[in-house]
Write a protein that binds this ligand. Structure first.
Ligand SMILES: C[S@@+](CC[C@H](N)C(=O)[O-])C[C@H]1O[C@@H](n2cnc3c(N)ncnc32)[C@H](O)[C@@H]1O
Length: 495
């Protein structure tokens, strides 16, 4: 993405269909006026939404871990979304009891790191948080986060960034509803709400997925299919989940409905397949619960095999609707290559692939290991991992369903051998059962992959207190335009 300087606020394109219902956020209304003294605080009072609101001019001193600007106001530190360090801006501060909410009104003096966010929904949608930052600045921001959190363990390597940091998500979800005019809309939720922002394109999604969502929206109208209404509990279609095999070209579409009764199913499927012959499988998932979790427990294959395959690191993987598969395959190849390099496999080692998902990293590692033992909680993912082992002709890998901590405790109790532990837990990190068993099993190396540096640092603290030393930290930008960052860390057993 090239760096384009302007006010930092992009008005929606009036000619774009999707923008018709887009409301300009309040803070996008003013164009910046430069030339105000830096750091000067001009305060006016007004009432907004029943709360007392104050306008102040402030200067941003840094960023939070979520990419929000930090400013001082009346001796208090406030967080302002979309504000960059060094920028002077007018903000609106509203008070509710002891709580202060700060919102960006206009940038008065802008940073060289500011770019025009290419997405017209950016300031409404909570999906991306860093589109107003140049790619270089995003890289620096993520590097600083990892450097600061990992400081007790050494100096991390420079972050591996992505050449084309858009269109990367191979998995996308959109929600259906109606607008005030009762038209069917599909899109993402506005930040911290369940209000759907109608959109025809999310710039980090695979473009094919968004095209399919638009077709579904059109078919809903033709087939009089009702979108689900969260408030009344009425209606049929809640969400669509799309997984795209970016190498294989296979596509899975999951219609998430509130009921298993799919009226006009056969005609809908015929029309849908005609519009998108490239879709390889369609599923109906039933979610009757009043929940933010997208998928329910009931699943029915409407056509195709119910899974897709994709190629990663030269191997083919089968992926179910509910199984975890890394969402950015371009960056995953870099991540896995680094993880396997630092595992220093010679062909003899017993490798534990903990939190293994569909077995991707363990199966790639199996080519250089003696044997691989994978453990994973999700039943569907374990079934995929076993199939993936067979599909790739891997003879030295076994996969087990269960809690990784309990599994490792059993391994430790039996006195099993593990030379290398590859671990890639969810955002919440690992647990003491798992980590204490690692310490008992004494693998020579632990390769810890994580999408949450905070919980990774917590777990590294445990391992470094119990005989391990950190020998390298590699950050990888798996989630451009968002504040999330991945890191893979090498730990070695101290003699
Ligand atoms: C970040 S994903 C990593 C998956 C895989 N390593 C990969 O690269 O695709 C974390 C995985 O841990 C699984 N998981 C979560 N809690 C678990 C637990 N307590 N025990 C075992 N697996 C767990 C999730 O189902 C998910 O597949």
């Amino acid at each position: 993405m090239s760096k384009r300087k302007n006010s930092g606020y992009k008005k929606p394109d009036k000619n774009s269909k999707s923008d018709k219902s887009y409301k300009k956020p309040n803070h996008a209304k003013g164009k910046p006026k430069s030339g105000k003294p830096r750091g000067q605080t001009a305060v006016t009072n007004s009432r907004q939404h029943g709360q007392k609101a104050t306008t102040a001019t402030v200067t941003c001193s840094g960023l939070t871990g979520e990419g929000k600007g930090l400013v001082k106001w009346e001796g208090k530190q406030l967080e302002v979304a979309h504000l960059l360090p060094g920028e002077t801006a007018e903000i609106r501060v509203s008070k509710k009891g002891r709580y202060r909410n700060a919102e960006l009104k206009r940038v008065v003096k802008q940073s060289d790191d500011r770019v025009d966010p290419p997405c017209p929904y950016y300031y409404e949608c909570g999906g991306c948080q860093l589109q107003h930052m140049s790619n270089q600045a995003q890289g620096r921001f993520k590097q600083n986060i990892i450097d600061s959190i990992m400081k007790p363990f050494g100096k991390p390597e420079p972050i591996l960034t992505m050449d084309h940091p858009y269109d990367y998500r191979n998995k996308s979800q959109m929600t259906f509803g109606r607008n005030k005019e009762r038209q069917i809309i599909g899109g993402l939720y506005a930040q911290n709400t369940h209000r759907i922002i109608p959109m025809d394109r999310c710039l980090i999604h695979d473009p094919k997925a968004d095209e399919i969502v638009q077709t579904i929206r059109g078919l809903m109208k033709s087939f009089k299919m009702q979108p689900y209404n969260e408030d009344t509990g009425q209606g049929f279609l809640r969400h669509v989940l799309i997984k795209v095999g970016q190498v294989s070209g296979e596509i899975m579409v999951v219609l998430v409905a509130a009921s298993p009764v799919f009226k006009g199913k056969n005609n809908f499927i015929t029309a849908f397949r005609k519009a998108h012959p490239e879709i390889t499988t369609l599923l109906l998932n039933v979610n009757k619960r009043d929940t933010s979790v997208v998928l329910g427990n009931q699943e029915k294959v409407l056509f195709g095999k119910g899974t897709i395959t994709d190629t990663l690191c030269g191997m083919t993987f089968e992926i179910s609707a509910k199984s975890f598969y890394q969402i950015n395959p371009v960056q995953t190849e870099k991540l896995y290559a680094k993880a396997i390099e630092i595992a220093e496999l010679t062909g003899k080692e017993t490798v534990v692939d903990a939190y293994c998902g569909i077995g991707t990293i363990g199966l790639v590692a199996s080519q250089k290991a003696g044997n691989v033992i994978g453990v994973e909680m999700n039943n569907d993912a374990v079934r995929d991992a076993i199939r993936n082992s067979k599909r790739n002709g891997v003879k030295n890998a076994r996969f087990y369903q269960g809690d990784a901590g309990e599994f490792m405790m059993q391994m430790a109790a039996r006195g099993d051998k593990a030379d290398v532990v590859l671990m890639d837990p969810p955002r919440s990190g690992s647990d003491e059962a798992f980590l204490s068993s690692v310490v008992k099993l004494q693998p020579k190396r632990v390769v810890y992959v994580s999408c949450n540096p905070e919980t990774q640092a917590r777990d590294l603290k445990y391992l470094t207190k119990h005989g391990y030393a950190v020998e390298g930290i590699q950050p990888v930008d798996m989630f451009p335009q968002t504040y999330h960052v991945e890191a893979v860390t090498k730990l070695v057993l101290e003699k």
